[in-house]
Design a protein around this ligand. Structure first.
Ligand code: OGA
Ligand code: NI
Length: 336
């Protein structure tokens, strides 16, 4: 790791995470840094990823404008059954056992634009996006589409380094049946300026590990994200992941943990509000709907057989999304 833990916030230490420089020509060094990070914490920063600072900032400006709209306007874009659109406060409950109501955050999901008449349009996380009208938020859609596609490219570049770190061919995950028609979900998040109180079950986002392959997270400069490197330790200890300007914070999801037979671990994390409003933007990269996630050839041996049965990506995601999101009927009843 690079250096000792820095000073955190309110007695909680800050995690010293490796920085993967995507502009570095020294791929072997990048693979080594990434591998070490994946074995140690499942979290790292990605720097020099090629997305311009202007776009990184513009996407936050546009996100703030959306969340600043009146609730009635946002509710017109309430998320649909395909997980597209606005998720109000408490829509998500990431740690039901420890939360009283749900996450103190609102969000907005968008993804690949699949036209209504496409056979794939009915699949979860596909279909037409829900967009705010141009009259209300000009340039919003263009900004989001541009960021979504550039962030997807960064995620795919990382997938190649991850493949090398798992002793696979660099383009292993690029195969048509894996990332040929991936599910890249962009999620804008807004945390109210509320002070979290774990002893009362109040969290910005409850403790969880992400569901999929990898997550890229851009944040503003308000601290809040915490990780727990050892989910089985009692009591659990938490460290802050400090915001790093212009960088992505990257973490591995549960699908990669399964795929890699737990060689690479998905890491528990949560968001603790400190009273300041906070914005973040996540890109969740998941493989094709029909990708069979089964133990990778380099991650098993006679002494270390596969720990999980194979599972289809869409089956796994449907279960995880279903378990953590409100039933849409709740909103129908409220609106009645
Ligand atoms: C998530 C998440 C962290 C953040 O959306 O899965 O962990 O800082 N977000 O918003
Ligand atoms: Ni997460």
């Amino acid at each position: 790791m690079e250096g000792a833990n820095a000073v955190g916030v309110a007695g909680v230490p800050a995690s010293a995470l490796n920085r993967i420089d995507l502009s570095s020509p020294d791929i072997r060094h990048s693979v080594a840094l990434l591998k070490q990070a994946c074995l140690d914490s499942g979290f790292f920063y990605v720097i020099n990823h090629g997305i311009g600072q202007d776009l990184m900032e513009e996407v936050f400006v546009q996100s703030r404008r959306f969340f600043g709209l009146p609730l009635s306007e946002k509710m017109k874009l309430l998320r649909n059954k395909n997980y597209r659109g606005y998720t109000p406060l408490f829509d998500e409950v990431l740690d039901a056992g420890n939360q009283i109501r749900g996450d103190y955050k609102e969000g907005f999901y968008l993804g690949v634009e699949v036209p209504e008449d496409d056979p794939d349009a009915q699949r979860p996380h596909f279909g037409p996006n829900l967009w705010p009208s141009e009259d209300i938020l000009p340039r919003w859609r263009q900004t989001m589409e541009k960021f979504h596609s550039q962030a997807l490219n960064v995620a795919k570049a990382l997938a190649r380094i991850i493949a090398l770190a798992l002793d696979l061919e660099a383009d292993y995950f690029d195969r048509p049946e894996i990332l040929g028609k991936p599910i890249p979900v962009l999620r804008l998040l807004h945390y109210e300026g509320l002070i979290s109180d774990p002893s009362k079950g109040i969290y910005g986002a409850g403790a969880h590990s992400d569901f999929g392959f990898i997550t890229l997270l851009a944040t503003d400069d308000v601290p809040g994200l915490q990780i727990c490197k050892n989910k089985d330790a009692k009591p659990q200890t938490w460290e802050y992941v400090q915001p790093l300007k212009g960088a992505f914070i990257v973490n591995l999801g549960d699908m990669l943990e399964r795929w890699s037979n737990c060689i690479f671990r998905s890491t528990l994390h949560r968001v603790i509000g400190n009273g300041q409003e906070r914005y973040s933007i996540a890109l969740f990269l998941e493989p094709n709907h029909d990708c069979l996630v089964e133990c990778l050839p380099t991650c098993m041996s006679e002494e270390n057989p596969p720990k999980f049965p194979p599972i289809l990506c869409h089956t796994y995601l449907a279960q995880r999304y279903g378990d953590t999101h409100a039933d849409l009927d709740v909103y129908r009843r409220e609106g009645a």
